[in-house]
Design a protein around this ligand. Structure first.
Ligand code: FCB
Length: 452
């Protein structure tokens, strides 16, 4: 028992958070580049201009992964680095960068898993209406084709989009993420629909251009997830139902994204007032959106706990005073890595990867020159323990990607949240493998046997 022999142990990152080189070698602007340079959006007025300069540190970062025995690296491609205007002109130097990254990973026995879009929308496309303009679905497919043409002789694993709840929800509804809009519901639903359609068109593009059989996934945020506080059948059922409920904040819910992609329909919104704003969907659009994919990527951080209330409803259990939480104030809910995969598999019948999971901590360099991050080890241990339980019950989770390799730019909180297994000194770009990185290496070396 334990983790299957070929279980994929990886780390994950995203272009804007690690690359830096925001204006080098012909890269175009993304909405994040313009947003961070405006006053008042990001803590300390931090920017991702340099971040951890992975653009200039590929060799070093891959050596760190190799030292930790990491088997796979999930990274994203910056759309405006490859296509500065988002459409049309290709920046060969941008593609060259991803070529080098891919080759060096493979030389070190690390499998690349590429995310095509992790929020850094080309600014030029934003000025054309961004996700509200239906043309973006074709631009995205053309961009996917460009990347796949260049890399698919060596890359097999693709993820179309990361967490639409953030780049549509937090970016266009609550105004917290770039480009910081607060759209009305009608426009928001339209943007969400286009994001789904872009996913479907990208899947088609990958399947038709790839030079080898591809394995394709989609990775929405999995925070809309309720774990039962007991194993009573009614508590489990209430939490299962709640996990897939369309929700008061519809585009935040899991089913809002995964039902169209995996079941070919929007979730039931009966009883919710926003139903009137959902765009009419043609069967043709739904067919594109629900192209068969190979796996669902689950990004799991904080989730909820629940139990059955009256008439099968779910009561969310509030956190105890002084509950365990991370530096980002996210509650520690490891059981989500058992219940989440179980619920997802039952509903969607797809293979799963944990494409992100991790903790932000107040890490610093100790007097002995090392970074002792016990909390992260305990966090990881607890979450992996629950994942092991799921895997041992036969739920098909193929791999686990820890967020993240190096401390990096954490969106609106800037550099205040350190998520890395490797400490980054942002003044001089020195890296130090933290205790958790050494511990993760043992997990990988024993294929999870030390998780007890
Ligand atoms: C996820 C994002 C990722 C990172 C982690 C901490 O929501 O996908 O970029 O910021 O949170």
């Amino acid at each position: 028992m334990g983790f299957p022999k070929n279980f994929v142990w990886g780390v994950a990152s995203s272009s804007y958070q690690v690359e830096g080189a925001w204006n080098r070698d012909g890269k175009g602007l993304s909405v994040w580049d313009t947003y961070v340079h405006e006053q008042g959006h990001i803590q300390n007025q931090d920017t991702g201009d340099t971040a951890c300069d992975q653009y200039g540190h590929i060799k070093e970062d891959i050596a760190l992964m190799a030292e930790m025995q990491i088997k796979a690296y999930r990274f994203s491609i910056s759309w405006p680095r490859v296509m500065p205007e988002g459409t049309g002109r290709i920046n060969q130097k941008g593609l060259d960068y991803y070529d080098r990254l891919t080759d060096q990973l493979l030389e070190n026995g690390i499998t690349p898993y590429i995310t095509l879009f992790h929020w850094d929308l080309p600014y030029q496309l934003y000025t054309k209406g961004g996700w509200m303009n239906r043309d973006i679905t074709d631009y995205f497919a053309a961009y996917a084709e460009t990347v796949v043409n260049r890399l698919s002789d060596r890359v097999k694993y693709w993820i179309t989009e990361n967490e639409p709840q953030c780049y549509i929800g937090a970016a266009l509804a609550s105004g917290e993420h770039a480009p910081g809009l607060k759209l009305g519901k009608k426009e928001l639903f339209l943007a969400a629909h286009h994001s789904l359609l872009a996913h479907g068109k990208a899947v088609e593009a990958i399947r038709s251009c790839a030079k080898q059989a591809s394995v394709i996934g989609y990775a929405p945020a999995s925070w809309h997830l309720w774990s039962p506080v007991t194993e009573k059948a009614e508590d489990i059922e209430a939490c299962r139902k709640m996990t897939f409920d369309a929700g008061e904040e519809p585009i935040g819910g899991t089913s809002w994204w995964l039902d169209p992609v995996c079941l070919g329909r929007y979730p039931d919104t009966t009883g919710y007032s926003y139903g009137a704003y959902i765009p009419d969907t043609t069967a043709e659009d739904m067919k594109i959106i629900s192209q068969p994919i190979d796996f669902i990527g689950m990004n799991v951080y904080q989730t909820y706990r629940g139990k059955a209330g009256e008439n099968g409803t779910c009561i969310t259990i509030p956190n105890d005073p002084g509950y365990a939480r991370t530096n980002a104030e996210w509650s520690v809910t490891p059981e989500a890595l058992y219940w989440g995969p179980k619920f997802y598999e039952e509903r969607y019948h797809k293979k799963l990867y944990i494409t992100e999971n991790g903790l932000s901590n107040q890490d610093w360099i100790f007097l002995d020159g090392q970074v002792h991050d016990l909390q992260r080890i305990d966090f990881l241990h607890r979450y992996l323990y629950q994942l092991k339980r799921a895997v041992e019950e036969g739920i098909s989770v193929e791999g686990y990607f820890h967020w993240t390799l190096t401390d990096n730019f954490e969106w609106t909180s800037g550099y205040n949240n350190r998520f890395g297994l490797v400490y980054t000194d942002f003044k001089n770009q020195n890296r130090i493998i933290k205790d958790s990185g050494k511990w993760y290496r043992q997990v990988i070396e024993t294929n999870g046997e030390i998780i007890k």
